[in-house]
Design a protein. Sequence first.
Length: 215
Amino acid sequence: MDVRSEVPVPAGDVQLTADLRVPPEPAGVVLFAHGSGSSRRSPRNVAVAQVLNRSALGTVLVDLLTPDEEVADARTAQLRFDIGRLADRLSAIVDWLASGEPVGAVPIGLFGASTGAAAALVAAAERPDTVGAVVSRGGRPDLAGPALGRVRAPTLLLVGGLDDQVLTLNEQARAALPEQAELTVVPDAGHLFEEPGALEQVADAAASWFTDHLG
């Protein structure tokens, strides 16, 4: 039986809240970084996480801002673009997962959406010996800046074919990433992958990527 729980997560000088799901005998665990203005309850990330769970992967969906920070961000929309802050917290959670306490000694992957993808890539660059794979959904990898060149984890960039500006940014980021990086375009899909079957393609591609590279 799967173990599901809402757990407190240490992240540097703050404590965050995460939804943890661990299938029997997990092959790895994937930490999610949601996009700007979203939360750990993002229906798109939850849907992807469910597919990963069926592929024997644990998932951690976490709110990267504290409740007070979320209130401030709702007014200013600034903290959601504080990639350094978000990446530092992801790195701290990676360290927590690597301790083996919550899931066990299993490989760790990162899944980032929108601005969360930039934070995931920075965290991957900061933890090259711990993060085994990264997947970006409609991400803004350009916001990771020079950290892109330091990413060593195999990285999959998933972009909707109708998301022209983000597709261009991902094409540029792919050129800056190491050889084990791929860009996959989901035809006729927009930024949020709301078209019929689009999100399912994202989830299946992510599950395959993590299964291949975390196994």
